[in-house]
Design a protein around this ligand. Sequence first.
Ligand code: KPL
Length: 297
Amino acid sequence: MKITVLGCGALGQLWLSALIKAGHEVQGWIKVHQSYLGIAVLTPEQNLYSHDVITNNPQQLTQCELLLVTLKAQQIETALVPLLPYLPASCPIILLHNGLGVVDDLPAVTHPLCHAVTTQAAYRTATQTCHKAWGITQLGPLNDAARSISHIADILHHALPDVAWYNDIKVAAWKKLAVNAVINPLTVKYECHNGQLMEHLNEVSILCRELVSIMNREGIHTEYEPLYHSVITVIQNTSQNMSSMLQDVRAQRLTEIDYINGYLLKRARGYGLTAPHHHALYQWIKTKESAYAPISL
Ligand code: KPL
């Protein structure tokens, strides 16, 4: 299959490597125009795979059979919109990112459009991408055109398991958003690894309570206890991780806050609900961001 991966950070490189190994005809698309990108991916089993990946080939884009977007939420609109006229009308687009609300930024997309959320963990060092832990990727339709392309999940599953199709991806996306809305900004506030949030369980609990009211109004059935326990489980399972938001702040990059806590606050306002603790955290991160001139990469 002819596949373009838009965004070649840690997650993009993980997918590029996996798709190449599965025999697909793959190219990367990056901001800096160049013809090749050398990538090296270290698997959790300590196997190192190196590839020279073709990048930014416009002709390959016009024949593309799948566009996988692995950019951060705040980068998607600017990078994706200029490519849309070159993609075949039937080419599915998968947006793989934390948070929600990216579709609200986009013009009406007629291509089959999907959202994916993942727990695959990867990070980049100066020389390679480390695939730290296997996770699951949940994928589902964002528009009617995408309702008939569930077979894409099988193709992706073959390359980088586990991948599963969900007709109602909104549920999985909100559950991931809830985890990120608690863990990510708190790790910035306390400048700590995920595991150290076990020292701030009172705040974790209050943030979960605020989330439950908003999620229920969104039609995502959830109760306080299971939500709180799912957040604690992620904190414990990723205790050594530096959250993506803390990494962004330390690198003086724009964070995903507008698509995580910013998005849930927007939805809450629409229902006449308040979420004062999420609001305070949102303000905290925005103040942090404004202290440096954020760059969008
Ligand atoms: O997704 C994550 C992130 O850092 O963005 C978590 C689950 C918090 C793991 O670090």
